[in-house]
Write a protein that binds this ligand. Sequence first.
Ligand code: SF4
Length: 305
Amino acid sequence: MQDALMFDPRETAAPDSLPPRQPASTLEGLDARGKREFNKLHKRLRRQVGNAIIDYGMIHEGDRVMVCLSGGKDSYTLLEILRNLQRNAPVAFSLVAVNLDQKQPGFPEHVLPEYLEGTGVEYHILERDTYSVVKEKTPEGKTTCALCSRLRRGSLYGFAEEIGATKVALGHHREDILETLFLNMFFGGSLKAMPPKLLSDDGRNMVIRPLAYCREADIAEFARLMDFPIIPCNLCGSQPNLQRQVVKEMLADWEKTHPGRLESMFKAVTKVAPSQLADRELFDFAGLEEKQTRMQADRIDILNQ
Ligand code: SF4
């Protein structure tokens, strides 16, 4: 059996200095107060990632964690925080960064290898021309994201197996999870979001989302201060996912007018009461009479004692 011991963020060293990595001009330009704020932010992200890893048993002794790196703020942050935790974690695990080059026109191929060389992390650039497939298969005027994501997932999951990765780490954060929850409710007629840990349908890959507890705004600020070389996500020329954008704005608006609401909604995702919903698969409503009879019989027994 695998060692069940996982990170304890209390055992990790306090980040009293800036994280060791290649020089970053924004960080270097911070005054003392800015550095304190940055350290607080870094510590918060690390604590939240550590807690998510513990709560969901995401990483175990000997795991080889493949971090999917898109070149966006979330995946850079994920890799950076995992590298940091790796140095102090009470269990040994390895990291391998993988970027899928989907052959979108204008993709700056040099950016990620240059960045990754500087980190010393093992990495692979996987080249798959999913862009052409998506363009060819998607009818004019239809959005390309569904097919593109499916192809990307297939390529990355297959590659994870090839390189012996035991976990596939994705950079989804708290807002991604909540947006998905609302999108599924609004358009999918189901109450489901994005789980922090997931076994793929064919049982081949274990997917983890260590940023599940992290706020998007914190990640954006961290990425800005770290000067990550962000690759724009609109290279495919696809329309942005309008429905997701609308939900994103709705959540941002709520957070502004009712601070703490997103926090509460996220807690709700972790605290589900099947008997208070209406899913007959999840809760045995038909068996309530039987349960009532049992409970009444138990009460009578107690009264007769
Ligand atoms: S925005 Fe472009 S690259 Fe991203 S999922 Fe959609 S089609 Fe794919």
